[in-house]
Design a protein around this ligand. Structure first.
Ligand SMILES: NC(=O)c1cnc(N)c2cc(Br)sc12
Length: 323
């Protein structure tokens, strides 16, 4: 119910209900690493509680999740400030909205129509920092500004190179995911051991990466696709598609399905193709990411506080329930 229509008493009652849910979900997530709701549900509920407590400060209670210091980072993992924030993506849900986004960016003829289309992997965003080509730190996105140090856990993942093919300093961003086959066998094992199955591969990946014991992470058969860099000063390429090839040459696993598009029809064709192929892919995707292909243009377009101006996510409808 909209805020202006409720009394303080009603706000207090709703807030108490939300706190009970959020505290239960937090316990499930942090204690049993098997949350019963998607992160997005947790976040939306949390935001509603913040809205109520902001409007009615007298209803705030000391045990409210909003009063906990910092964000939802886990005890046991040290915090990692992201000098270059890990942004999320703006979303569109129709071809028309997607066309509007592209039109706004390509409004002047001076800008050639040049976009890179990539699959949006349904996993957990990670950042990998290398010094002289050696992996020195791996972290979660956290709230975009501050993540959690999960270096030891990430070092158990085979697709993450410990040493690059060139001794450079670089920070690379990408997605850690659990292949559908690993997800199925993990849930079978959990059910055989009387444990709650994970709701979907994304939760399974998140729960597996947030293990305090790396040996547990190592057994979870996670993988990665890397797709952005925090800073591209010392790279040869000046395109997003070239960046992916450069990451591959450095030793990272990239998703090979990316495609440069020089027209809206080409973007639409890519979206249609992977909406068809989605169920048959060995990993989960929840959409397509369309990016300005020119890195200098990406840089000049920059970002808002939350999202880049040079990329958009075309979101697919939620996949059928995981078997
Ligand atoms: N290819 C990409 O850029 C990509 C793929 N999968 C994702 N979940 C995300 C998230 C952001 Br933010 S970018 C991106």
């Amino acid at each position: 119910m909209a805020l202006e229509k409720i009394s303080e008493q009603q706000a207090a009652e709703e807030a108490a209900n939300l706190r009970a849910k959020l505290n239960k979900w937090s316990d499930e997530y942090y204690t049993y690493d098997s949350p019963s709701v998607e992160d997005s549900v947790y976040d939306q509920t949390y935001e509603r509680l913040v809205e109520l407590e902001t409007q009615f400060p007298n209803i705030v209670t000391p045990d409210s999740p909003t009063q906990k210091v910092g964000d939802h980072t886990l005890p046991g993992f040290t915090k990692v400030p992201h000098e270059i924030p890990m942004l999320s993506l703006g979303d569109v849900f129709s071809k028309e909205e997607l066309g509007d986004f592209v039109d706004r960016l390509t409004d002047s003829d001076a800008v050639p129509f040049n976009y890179n289309c990539e699959l949006k992997i349904d996993g957990l965003a990670i950042s990998l920092r290398y010094e002289n080509g050696i992996l020195v730190q791996g972290s979660t996105r956290g709230n975009g500004q501050i993540g959690e140090d999960i270096t030891r856990n990430l070092k158990t993942i085979k697709s993450i190179p410990r040493k690059l093919t060139r001794p450079i300093n670089i920070e690379v961003r990408g997605e850690c995911y659990m292949p559908k086959s690993s997800f199925a066998s993990l849930n079978e094992e959990r059910q055989n051991n009387g444990l709650e199955p994970f709701a979907n591969p994304r939760n399974a990946a998140a729960g597996s990466l947030r293990q305090l014991d790396p040996r547990v992470t190592a057994r979870r058969k996670l993988s990665t696709f890397m797709y952005n860099v925090a800073d591209y000063d010392d790279l040869e390429t000046d395109t997003q598609s070239g960046l992916l090839e450069e990451l591959k040459a450095l030793g990272f696993t990239i998703n090979p399905t990316y495609r440069v598009a020089h027209s809206m029809n080409a973007i639409d064709a890519y979206v249609d193709q992977y909406q068809q192929l989605r169920d048959g892919l060995p990993y989960g995707i929840d959409g397509i990411v369309i990016k300005v292909n020119s890195l200098p243009l990406q840089r000049s377009l920059g970002a808002t506080v939350k999202v880049p101006r040079w990329a958009i996510a075309f979101k697919f409808p939620p996949e059928e329930v995981q078997t």
